[in-house]
Design a binder for this molecule. Structure first.
Ligand code: GLN
Length: 259
Protein backbone atom coordinates (compact mmCIF):
# COMPACT_ATOMS: atom_id res chain seq x y z
CA UNK A 1 0.00 0.00 0.00
CA UNK A 2 2.84 2.42 0.97
CA UNK A 3 4.57 1.64 -2.31
CA UNK A 4 1.43 2.44 -4.28
CA UNK A 5 1.01 5.75 -2.46
CA UNK A 6 4.67 6.64 -3.07
CA UNK A 7 4.26 5.77 -6.75
CA UNK A 8 1.12 7.89 -7.03
CA UNK A 9 2.89 10.82 -5.36
CA UNK A 10 5.78 10.53 -7.77
CA UNK A 11 3.40 10.45 -10.72
CA UNK A 12 1.58 13.53 -9.43
CA UNK A 13 4.89 15.37 -9.07
CA UNK A 14 5.92 14.43 -12.58
CA UNK A 15 2.62 15.67 -14.00
CA UNK A 16 2.98 18.98 -12.12
CA UNK A 17 6.52 19.39 -13.39
CA UNK A 18 5.48 18.85 -17.00
CA UNK A 19 2.51 21.17 -16.63
CA UNK A 20 4.66 24.00 -15.29
CA UNK A 21 7.33 23.46 -17.94
CA UNK A 22 4.62 23.69 -20.57
CA UNK A 23 3.16 26.93 -19.31
CA UNK A 24 6.61 28.46 -18.91
CA UNK A 25 7.45 27.78 -22.49
CA UNK A 26 4.17 29.29 -23.59
CA UNK A 27 4.61 32.58 -21.76
CA UNK A 28 8.20 33.12 -22.82
CA UNK A 29 8.77 31.77 -26.26
CA UNK A 30 7.31 29.22 -28.58
CA UNK A 31 10.78 28.31 -29.80
CA UNK A 32 12.49 25.09 -28.87
CA UNK A 33 14.21 25.88 -25.59
CA UNK A 34 16.13 22.60 -25.44
CA UNK A 35 18.77 23.66 -27.92
CA UNK A 36 21.75 25.55 -26.53
CA UNK A 37 21.81 27.76 -29.62
CA UNK A 38 18.28 29.00 -28.91
CA UNK A 39 18.20 32.73 -28.30
CA UNK A 40 17.15 33.83 -24.87
CA UNK A 41 14.22 36.15 -24.60
CA UNK A 42 14.47 39.84 -23.71
CA UNK A 43 11.16 41.05 -22.33
CA UNK A 44 10.01 44.62 -22.80
CA UNK A 45 7.16 46.12 -20.81
CA UNK A 46 5.14 48.78 -22.61
CA UNK A 47 1.70 50.32 -23.01
CA UNK A 48 0.79 49.83 -26.66
CA UNK A 49 -1.58 52.79 -26.98
CA UNK A 50 1.04 55.41 -27.66
CA UNK A 51 1.31 55.93 -31.39
CA UNK A 52 3.84 56.23 -33.06
CA UNK A 53 6.06 54.78 -30.31
CA UNK A 54 4.04 51.63 -29.62
CA UNK A 55 0.66 50.65 -30.99
CA UNK A 56 -1.20 47.73 -32.46
CA UNK A 57 -1.29 46.94 -36.13
CA UNK A 58 -3.66 43.99 -36.07
CA UNK A 59 -2.29 41.67 -33.39
CA UNK A 60 1.24 43.01 -33.65
CA UNK A 61 2.76 45.82 -31.59
CA UNK A 62 4.75 48.13 -33.85
CA UNK A 63 6.24 51.61 -33.58
CA UNK A 64 9.47 53.49 -32.90
CA UNK A 65 10.10 51.89 -29.49
CA UNK A 66 9.17 48.41 -30.74
CA UNK A 67 11.66 48.71 -33.62
CA UNK A 68 14.47 50.24 -31.57
CA UNK A 69 13.97 47.52 -28.95
CA UNK A 70 14.11 44.82 -31.64
CA UNK A 71 17.36 46.32 -32.94
CA UNK A 72 18.80 46.34 -29.40
CA UNK A 73 17.73 42.74 -28.80
CA UNK A 74 19.34 41.72 -32.07
CA UNK A 75 22.62 43.31 -31.01
CA UNK A 76 22.39 41.37 -27.74
CA UNK A 77 21.72 38.17 -29.66
CA UNK A 78 18.36 37.88 -27.97
CA UNK A 79 14.77 37.55 -29.04
CA UNK A 80 12.46 40.45 -28.15
CA UNK A 81 9.12 39.78 -26.52
CA UNK A 82 6.81 42.76 -25.96
CA UNK A 83 4.45 42.63 -22.99
CA UNK A 84 1.56 45.12 -23.11
CA UNK A 85 0.37 46.49 -19.77
CA UNK A 86 -1.01 49.63 -18.12
CA UNK A 87 1.54 52.44 -18.34
CA UNK A 88 1.61 52.86 -14.57
CA UNK A 89 2.46 49.14 -14.08
CA UNK A 90 5.65 49.20 -16.13
CA UNK A 91 8.07 50.31 -13.39
CA UNK A 92 6.64 47.74 -10.97
CA UNK A 93 6.97 45.01 -13.61
CA UNK A 94 10.61 46.00 -14.21
CA UNK A 95 11.35 45.91 -10.48
CA UNK A 96 9.58 42.60 -9.96
CA UNK A 97 11.47 41.12 -12.91
CA UNK A 98 8.41 40.08 -14.90
CA UNK A 99 9.96 42.14 -17.72
CA UNK A 100 13.64 42.98 -18.30
CA UNK A 101 13.15 46.60 -19.25
CA UNK A 102 10.48 49.21 -19.79
CA UNK A 103 10.21 51.21 -23.00
CA UNK A 104 7.10 53.29 -23.56
CA UNK A 105 8.00 56.82 -24.58
CA UNK A 106 8.94 56.95 -20.93
CA UNK A 107 10.21 60.26 -19.63
CA UNK A 108 13.22 60.38 -17.35
CA UNK A 109 12.43 62.31 -14.18
CA UNK A 110 13.69 62.58 -10.62
CA UNK A 111 10.82 60.59 -9.13
CA UNK A 112 11.35 57.62 -11.45
CA UNK A 113 15.14 57.76 -11.04
CA UNK A 114 14.56 56.82 -7.40
CA UNK A 115 12.86 53.60 -8.50
CA UNK A 116 14.66 52.49 -11.68
CA UNK A 117 17.78 53.21 -13.72
CA UNK A 118 17.47 54.84 -17.14
CA UNK A 119 19.48 54.35 -20.31
CA UNK A 120 20.88 57.09 -22.50
CA UNK A 121 17.97 59.07 -23.92
CA UNK A 122 16.99 58.09 -27.47
CA UNK A 123 14.27 60.71 -28.14
CA UNK A 124 12.76 63.98 -26.93
CA UNK A 125 9.16 64.41 -25.92
CA UNK A 126 7.01 67.47 -25.41
CA UNK A 127 3.87 67.58 -23.32
CA UNK A 128 1.23 69.40 -25.36
CA UNK A 129 -2.39 70.38 -24.86
CA UNK A 130 -5.21 69.09 -27.07
CA UNK A 131 -8.41 71.15 -27.17
CA UNK A 132 -11.55 71.24 -29.28
CA UNK A 133 -11.35 73.69 -32.19
CA UNK A 134 -12.83 76.98 -31.01
CA UNK A 135 -12.03 76.21 -27.36
CA UNK A 136 -11.72 79.13 -24.95
CA UNK A 137 -8.33 77.66 -23.96
CA UNK A 138 -5.98 79.48 -26.35
CA UNK A 139 -2.64 79.06 -24.59
CA UNK A 140 -1.30 77.06 -21.68
CA UNK A 141 -1.51 80.22 -19.51
CA UNK A 142 -5.33 80.14 -19.71
CA UNK A 143 -5.24 77.02 -17.53
CA UNK A 144 -3.48 79.00 -14.77
CA UNK A 145 -5.65 82.14 -14.96
CA UNK A 146 -7.38 83.41 -11.79
CA UNK A 147 -10.59 81.49 -11.26
CA UNK A 148 -9.73 79.08 -14.10
CA UNK A 149 -12.02 76.06 -13.94
CA UNK A 150 -11.27 74.10 -17.10
CA UNK A 151 -11.10 70.34 -16.64
CA UNK A 152 -7.96 68.53 -17.74
CA UNK A 153 -7.69 64.93 -18.94
CA UNK A 154 -4.42 62.99 -18.64
CA UNK A 155 -3.14 59.45 -18.93
CA UNK A 156 -2.78 57.80 -15.51
CA UNK A 157 0.75 57.66 -14.13
CA UNK A 158 2.37 59.73 -16.87
CA UNK A 159 4.46 62.83 -16.35
CA UNK A 160 1.54 64.78 -17.87
CA UNK A 161 -0.55 63.39 -14.99
CA UNK A 162 2.06 64.20 -12.33
CA UNK A 163 2.66 67.78 -13.49
CA UNK A 164 -1.00 68.58 -14.21
CA UNK A 165 -2.15 67.13 -10.88
CA UNK A 166 0.49 69.28 -9.19
CA UNK A 167 -0.63 72.37 -11.09
CA UNK A 168 -4.41 71.92 -11.36
CA UNK A 169 -5.32 69.51 -8.54
CA UNK A 170 -8.84 68.13 -8.66
CA UNK A 171 -9.50 69.68 -12.07
CA UNK A 172 -7.55 66.71 -13.43
CA UNK A 173 -9.11 63.38 -14.43
CA UNK A 174 -6.93 60.35 -15.16
CA UNK A 175 -7.69 57.93 -17.99
CA UNK A 176 -5.97 54.66 -18.72
CA UNK A 177 -4.71 55.81 -22.14
CA UNK A 178 -4.72 58.74 -24.55
CA UNK A 179 -7.65 57.40 -26.59
CA UNK A 180 -9.86 57.35 -23.52
CA UNK A 181 -8.80 60.86 -22.54
CA UNK A 182 -9.66 62.12 -26.03
CA UNK A 183 -13.02 60.33 -25.93
CA UNK A 184 -13.70 62.24 -22.71
CA UNK A 185 -12.68 65.49 -24.42
CA UNK A 186 -15.05 64.75 -27.31
CA UNK A 187 -17.78 63.88 -24.85
CA UNK A 188 -17.32 67.15 -22.93
CA UNK A 189 -16.15 65.47 -19.68
CA UNK A 190 -12.88 67.45 -19.87
CA UNK A 191 -11.90 70.67 -21.70
CA UNK A 192 -8.40 69.64 -22.74
CA UNK A 193 -6.01 66.70 -22.70
CA UNK A 194 -2.34 66.97 -21.74
CA UNK A 195 -0.26 64.31 -23.46
CA UNK A 196 3.03 63.79 -25.36
CA UNK A 197 3.24 65.53 -28.74
CA UNK A 198 3.53 62.60 -31.14
CA UNK A 199 0.61 60.59 -29.70
CA UNK A 200 -1.26 63.92 -29.59
CA UNK A 201 -0.77 64.33 -33.35
CA UNK A 202 -2.02 60.81 -33.98
CA UNK A 203 -5.06 61.40 -31.76
CA UNK A 204 -5.89 64.73 -33.44
CA UNK A 205 -5.54 63.13 -36.88
CA UNK A 206 -7.90 60.35 -35.87
CA UNK A 207 -10.51 62.67 -34.33
CA UNK A 208 -12.14 65.54 -36.24
CA UNK A 209 -12.56 68.93 -34.57
CA UNK A 210 -9.53 68.76 -32.28
CA UNK A 211 -6.27 70.71 -32.34
CA UNK A 212 -3.00 71.02 -30.44
CA UNK A 213 -2.18 74.35 -28.78
CA UNK A 214 0.99 76.01 -30.04
CA UNK A 215 2.36 76.59 -26.56
CA UNK A 216 3.68 73.42 -24.97
CA UNK A 217 3.42 72.32 -21.36
CA UNK A 218 6.78 70.55 -20.69
CA UNK A 219 9.92 69.32 -22.52
CA UNK A 220 11.27 65.87 -21.73
CA UNK A 221 13.67 63.05 -22.64
CA UNK A 222 12.61 59.49 -23.33
CA UNK A 223 14.75 56.55 -22.20
CA UNK A 224 14.61 52.84 -21.40
CA UNK A 225 14.31 51.81 -17.76
CA UNK A 226 15.82 48.76 -16.07
CA UNK A 227 15.72 47.48 -12.52
CA UNK A 228 17.89 49.60 -10.24
CA UNK A 229 21.41 48.21 -10.18
CA UNK A 230 21.01 46.01 -13.27
CA UNK A 231 24.19 47.53 -14.69
CA UNK A 232 24.93 44.54 -16.85
CA UNK A 233 21.77 45.01 -18.92
CA UNK A 234 21.96 48.81 -18.75
CA UNK A 235 25.52 48.85 -20.13
CA UNK A 236 24.53 46.53 -22.96
CA UNK A 237 21.49 48.66 -23.80
CA UNK A 238 23.53 51.89 -23.71
CA UNK A 239 26.20 50.41 -25.95
CA UNK A 240 23.53 49.25 -28.39
CA UNK A 241 21.82 52.68 -28.37
CA UNK A 242 25.17 54.41 -29.04
CA UNK A 243 25.80 52.13 -31.99
CA UNK A 244 22.27 52.53 -33.32
CA UNK A 245 22.57 56.32 -33.10
CA UNK A 246 26.02 56.30 -34.72
CA UNK A 247 25.04 54.14 -37.68
CA UNK A 248 21.81 56.07 -38.30
CA UNK A 249 19.45 53.19 -37.44
CA UNK A 250 17.51 55.19 -34.86
CA UNK A 251 17.10 58.14 -37.25
CA UNK A 252 15.86 55.78 -39.95
CA UNK A 253 13.33 54.19 -37.58
CA UNK A 254 12.08 57.58 -36.37
CA UNK A 255 11.79 58.90 -39.94
CA UNK A 256 9.67 55.90 -40.86
CA UNK A 257 7.06 56.82 -38.24
CA UNK A 258 7.37 60.61 -37.94
CA UNK A 259 7.08 62.32 -41.30
N1 GLN B 1 6.21 60.46 -21.60
C1 GLN B 1 5.15 60.25 -20.69
C2 GLN B 1 5.68 59.62 -19.44
O1 GLN B 1 6.72 59.06 -19.42
C3 GLN B 1 4.02 59.40 -21.28
C4 GLN B 1 4.43 58.05 -21.69
C5 GLN B 1 3.27 57.15 -22.11
O2 GLN B 1 2.12 57.50 -21.93
N2 GLN B 1 3.54 56.04 -22.70
O3 GLN B 1 5.06 59.67 -18.42
Amino acid sequence: MKKIIALLLMLAMLVCCFASCGSDAETTSSEDTSSVATKTVLKMGTNAYFQPYEYYEGEKIIGIDAEIAAAIAEKLGMELEIVDMQFDSIITAVNEGSVDFGMAGMTVNEERLKEVDFSTSYANGVQVIIVKEGSSIKTVDDLYADGASQKVGVQLGTTGDTYATGDFGDRVTQYSNGNEAVLALNGGEVDCVIIDNEPAKALVNANKGLKILETSYADEDYAICVKKGNNDLLDKINKAIDELVADGTIDTIVAKYIK
